[in-house]
Each structure stands twice: as structure tokens, then as C-alpha cells.
Write a protein that binds this ligand. Sequence first.
Ligand code: C5P
Length: 120
Amino acid sequence: CETAYQKFLRQHYDNPKSNVGRNYCNAMMQRRELTKPTCKDVNSFIHEKKQDILDVCTDKGGKAYKDGLRVSLKPFSVTTCKHKGGSTRPPCEYKENKSERYIVIRCNNRNEPVHFDESI
Ligand code: C5P
């Protein structure tokens, strides 16, 4: 079954950014199974190398932030998808916001990311 790290990758890792047609968020939220049984409200996809994301869990690429979270030392390319409102049942309609932001994540004791908190 899916580990917490595998779930993090499914939900938050997309590098290089997938070519999925007109509306990246509508396609990706469905493809990564984030629209069942209801539309996930907010979800971010990171367009950087897996190793660079892993490095945020160590001194190489990240540092301690509040509440045991870690923040990246450099800004990452991130697309955040936000549900447009209306019904929370599929089909889900999202708007996207792509920019360079520092990511805030939680890591497990094997230095793998297991939670995406925010990007700042
Ligand atoms: O902030 P909140 O606790 O509602 O976030 C719930 C989930 O939404 C997070 O665990 C994360 O998967 C996702 N999220 C995200 N990008 C953000 C904020 C939240 O992917 N900027």
C-alpha cells in the first residue's frame, strides 16, 4: 500500500510540469485522485527534482521552521490549485497560481517529506 512519502509524491510532486492540456489543475487534481469523493480545496504541485525536495528535510536544502516544519533554502517552482467554489462534488473546477515560492513541509524520521504545509 501507499506510504506517506509515496502519498506526498502523488499529491505534490510533478517534475517536469506535466503537459495535460488547457487547464492544468482540473486535469492534475483528477489524475492524482484528489477529486474523490469530493474536490480537495487546495493542493500544490512542486516542479523541481525529487532530490531537491528530499534535501529540504536536511541541512543541505532546508532549515527548521515553526512547529517542527521545514522550509526550503531556495524558492521552488510551485503550482497551487484552488477549488473555485460551488459544489464540492466532482466535476471539480480549479484555478491555478504558478510562481516561485519557498516550500514549508513536514518530514518523517527518515528525512522524507510527508506533509505539504504551505508555500511562502
Ligand atoms: O491548510 P490546510 O490544513 O487546510 O491544508 C490541508 C492540505 O491542503 C495540506 O495537507 C496540503 O496537502 C494541501 N495544501 C497544499 N498547498 C497549500 C495549502 C494546503 O497543497 N498551499
